[in-house]
Every structure is written in C-alpha cells, then in structure tokens.
Design a protein around this ligand. Structure first.
Ligand SMILES: [Zn+2]
Length: 275
C-alpha cells in the first residue's frame, strides 16, 4: 500500500515537472534551420530535403499553419488573431541552398518561411567580400528577390555575422544601420525583425542587454529572436526575446516531433541525466 502511494506520488511529481518544463501548450513553436542539402549528408546545421519533406508533411497533416514574421508582428502589436496551431519556420544566414533546395519545397507543400539574412554575405555584382566565405555559399540578390514574391519573408541577421555579445553598443548600432542600409540598397524587402547571431543576446550582462533592446527599438527593429529550444506562450512576454528551437539534421524524425511540441528542452535534460 505504502509503495503504491509512493509510486503514484512519484508519477505525479514527474508529470508536474514535465508539464512545467514543456511549454508547447498553447504556444508558438518557432523552428530554426540553417542549411538545406539536396544530398544525404545531414549535420548539426544541415537538414536534407528528404528530412524536410518529412517535417513539412508532418506539419501539414497535423493541422499546423505556418506564419510569416509580418503575421506575428500584427498579432504582437495589434492583437490580430493567429491561425489555429501556428508554427513559424525560420532559417538563419541566407545560404544559397535556401533558394535552390528549400524554396521549391515551400511551394510544393504550401509552407511559409522566414529567412534572416547576413546582409554583407549576399552575392551581388558589387560585393567583393564574399568569396570564399568559410561559412558556405550565400544566396544571390536575384534569388532573394524571387523568393520575396511568395512563400518567404526576410529579416536581419547582422552585416557580417558578428556576435552582439562581443560588439560594443555603438558598434551594435552601427551594425544595425549598415545591415538595413545594405538590404535597402539591394532592394530586398525586409521585415523590422532581427535574429541574434550565435543566439547571443548579452545574456550575462543585464544592463547591456537592456541598452541593446533600446538600440533595436530606436532603429525600428520591432521583434527579435534568440535560440533557447523553448516554445513561448502567446502573447509573447518580450518581443525582442522570442524563443526558437534549433532543428538539427542529426535529429531522428521522432525528435523533430518532440521539438515541435515544445518538449525538446525537457527531453535534452532527461537525456543528460541518463547518459
Ligand atoms: Zn547565423
């Protein structure tokens, strides 16, 4: 009898722990990808088109609706309702494969995506700094312009992929301005939205972080994203601090489902405990 009571109590404690840790209930999963490969060579930052088909198929079959940055902004600023089961697909850096491998799939599955561009890495005739780039091959201006007509919106991801935790406040402000100016010069339409490179948002320096938020606001950046493997509840508590979930090419499919439901952080903690 005593043992069954203890067992029930343990189950209740574990259930409460999971519910507290899992933030997927009624929240907005924002998925964060980087490179897309048409081959069979997934890695931490690279998801293959085969994996992506599984992901998109899962989202469509389970009633999720993908949303643009502009839709989230309308919701955050003007309380415009979001569709049922909203999910946001984001990609960082602006690799060329986002155009060659991702874009056709977005059309095929009717999925919206949001790409955060490193402005200085975009290939254009006047850009002498892009070759060779150790991070990979980046999209051409024309690629971005084609994608901007349907299925894709763009946001900012710095000028040359520097960390805002390492730059000084004046340098951060200069970077925001330079990034916006360059994208405007190239004629690429962007949303007033930023994704922190390396997920770095001055997490260890409260004063600098607040000052950085101030700079973003002053320069009309109205939303910003970090990577925390968390799902934020809606309405979001801080629109300059929205959580995203890193989707690794090393995830088996079941782990992707865990991630979309907001349980990946809980799962990672359990995995660490039992390793
Ligand atoms: Zn990045």
């Amino acid at each position: 009898m005593v043992y069954s009571i203890i067992a029930v109590l343990i189950i209740i404690v574990i259930a409460l722990f999971i519910v507290r840790m899992a933030s997927g209930f009624g929240g907005l999963p924002v998925l964060n990808y980087h490179k897309i490969s048409s081959g069979n060579d997934p890695d931490f930052l690279t998801v293959t088109t085969g994996q992506l088909r599984q992901h998109f198929d899962y989202l469509n079959k389970n009633g999720y609706t993908t949303i643009f940055i502009s839709e989230l902004l309308e919701h955050v600023e003007h309380k415009k309702p979001l569709p049922a089961k909203p999910v946001m697909i984001t990609l960082d850096d602006g690799y060329r494969d986002n155009f060659t491998s991702l874009y056709p799939l977005l059309k095929e599955y009717n999925i919206k995506a949001n790409i955060f561009l490193v402005a200085g890495f975009i290939q254009s005739p006047d850009n002498k700094y892009i070759h060779p780039n150790p991070m990979g091959e980046f999209m051409h201006v024309e690629d971005a312009l084609i994608m901007s007509k349907d299925m894709v919106q763009f946001g900012l991801h710095t000028y040359s992929h520097q960390s805002y935790s390492k730059l000084s406040l004046p340098e951060i402000e200069a970077d925001i301005c330079q990034t916006k100016e360059r994208l405007q010069e190239l004629g690429i339409p962007v949303q007033p939205c930023h994704a922190y490179t390396f997920g770095a948002y001055n997490q260890k320096n409260d004063n600098k972080r607040e000052a950085m938020f101030g700079l973003l606001k002053q320069n009309d950046i109205r939303m910003a994203f970090r990577v925390s493997n968390w799902v934020d509840k809606i309405p979001v508590r801080n629109k300059l601090f929205i959580s995203r979930i890193h989707v690794s090419g090393l995830f088996p499919f079941w782990k992707f489902k865990v991630a979309v439901r907001g349980f990946i952080k809980v799962f990672n903690r359990f995995e660490k405990i039992f390793k």
